[in-house]
Design a protein around this ligand. Structure first.
Ligand SMILES: *Cc1c(COP(=O)(O)O)cnc(C)c1O
Length: 237
């Protein structure tokens, strides 16, 4: 990974914030490290990147346990951003600081029950299917309010905001649509009394559009690490 990749991404975030009239400190960078080696994570961490996101449970467990082992844990803030099956929630509840992909109550309930009692509540986002048909995962926007209510009642979770993974789109104007829809949904939830401060949206190809629409956390893989190996699965969450 060239040293400049991290700086280039930080620069893109800064410029996007300037164009949006926003404070660059209001947007966090999550490094998406799926398919990347422990070494690549260590390298980026040594350059000051503290939050990393993983998509696949077993890969997440392996990396987490290798990099956070005593006596020299890195102290990474681990985010789980992949699809979650009910039988795999425990490993995530025990290791992640954040989960971005809550899209049904059953998974939320399991994560809450399985969160170790000594740990702070798991910070969570509801994944919303704002794009419509082409997207497989995420709660329907009309069901977000009920899900938010259910998640808020769970003691092991703290609801922080919304996440979306829209279909790939290269036109910058059209990229903004699902991000704007997510922001509007967040505002509607805030009006209902939910204290939400997080909009997890924007990836390597659309972070500028996401920041224009209010993203507070962008999830970046390719622009930091280069293209993923061809056998890797496509973004799935
Ligand atoms: C892979 C992935 C990303 C990063 O995508 P890039 O285009 O490589 O930046 C972000 N979010 C989710 C949910 C992903 O699966």
């Amino acid at each position: 990974m060239p040293d400049s990749a991290l700086n280039q991404v930080r620069q893109r975030i800064r410029i996007a914030c300037e164009n949006a009239g926003r404070d660059p400190a209001s947007v966090r960078l999550l490094a998406v490290s799926k398919t990347r080696s422990d070494r690549e994570i260590r390298t980026l961490h040594a350059r000051g990147q503290t939050a990393f996101g993983e998509n696949y449970v077993q890969e997440f467990v392996d990396k987490h346990d290798a990099l956070e082992a005593a006596p020299d844990p890195l102290g990474i803030e681990w985010h789980f951003i992949g699809a979650l099956q009910g039988n795999k929630t425990r490993a995530v509840a025990e290791r992640a600081a954040w989960v971005h992909t809550i899209d049904r109550e059953r998974i939320a309930r399991r994560l809450s029950e399985q969160r170790p009692s000594g740990s702070p509540p798991l910070q969570v986002c509801l994944q919303v299917n704002v794009g419509g048909e082409t997207q497989k995962s995420g709660v329907d926007p009309r069901e977000v309010f009920a899900l938010a209510g259910a998640v808020t009642a769970l003691p092991g979770l703290e609801l922080r905001g919304l996440m979306t993974l829209p279909p790939a789109e290269t036109d910058p104007e059209r990229q903004r649509k699902p991000f704007a829809a997510l922001r509007e949904l967040q505002q509607a939830l805030i009006r209902e009394g939910h204290a939400l401060d997080t909009l997890s949206m924007g990836m390597s190809g659309d972070l500028e559009a996401a920041i224009l629409e209010g993203a507070t956390l962008v999830r970046i893989g390719t622009a930091l690490f280069g293209p993923r190996p061809p056998q890797s699965k496509e973004p799935s969450a």
